[in-house]
Design a protein around this ligand. Structure first.
Ligand SMILES: O=C(CO)[C@H](O)[C@H](O)COP(=O)(O)O
Length: 224
């Protein structure tokens, strides 16, 4: 199986996972990226079984609407039944690195509101220690150089993602050279830097379940 087939298999597994949880008034949180896109495309089959979705990016909102799924503003809804999204890396505690698609802040907000965060990923994303994938950090544009210097003090090597502006009008620093042995502590350290909007480290609110696509089948993993 190639990587896209593994992504499709976890998207299908997520559809099967959430179907019994959906009710006519349920609102679902939907993520961003190529794995999430496979999920969105399959979600069209269920569109009469739930009320609508909150999307973590404009791109996902457009894709959902094209399928006839109502997209709602997060401020107009209460709890989300679940949030389904991909990841760039996951460890055994289901702490994640996300934000390869620059949607990390909205992803973090939508995940925070969800009863359950269902992560879907192919096996290339499974790691012992987070940090081989550069950690994205969303930053207010005028704070970019200051935050970059502070990230160096935390042991990282930040690189400005040129040409990328987030849906919130901010910029991304991708932090290389981090071996993240204490994800919750690093998430807190980065959060308290002035000018940081959010980091792509999802440790305090990691995934509640990971559907991991392996060649031999989809494995359901709970936090260790
Ligand atoms: O966090 C994300 C976007 O900001 C994605 O979930 C992450 O980058 C994984 O993407 P893909 O499913 O395309 O591998």
């Amino acid at each position: 199986m190639n990587q896209d087939q593994l992504k499709q298999s976890v998207a299908r597994a997520a559809i099967e996972y959430i179907t019994p949880k959906l009710q006519a008034d349920s609102i679902l949180g939907v993520g961003t990226g190529s794995t999430a896109n496979f999920f969105i495309d399959m979600l069209g089959e269920l569109k009469d079984q739930f009320a609508g979705a909150v999307a973590s990016s404009d791109a996902s909102a457009t894709r959902l609407k094209a399928l006839g799924i109502e997209v709602l503003d997060l401020n107009s809804v209460g709890e989300l039944v679940a949030y389904v999204d991909g990841a760039d890396e996951s460890n055994a505690q289901l702490a994640l690195i996300k934000g390869g698609g620059a949607a990390l802040t909205r992803e973090k907000i939508v995940a925070a509101v969800a009863r359950e965060f269902v992560c879907i990923a192919d096996e290339s994303k499974w790691v012992d220690v987070l940090g081989s994938f550069p950690l994205p950090v969303e930053v207010i544009p005028m704070a970019r150089s200051y935050v970059a210097r502070e990230l160096v003090k935390l042991g990282g090597s930040p690189v400005y993602r040129e040409g990328v502006v987030t849906d919130n009008g901010n910029v991304i620093l991708d932090v290389h050279q981090l071996a993240i042995v204490d994800p919750k502590q690093l998430e807190a350290d980065i959060n308290q830097l002035t000018g940081v909007v959010a980091s792509g480290l999802f440790a305090r609110r990691g995934a509640d379940v990971l559907l991991l696509g392996r060649a031999e089948g989809v494995e359901t993993i709970y936090p260790k």
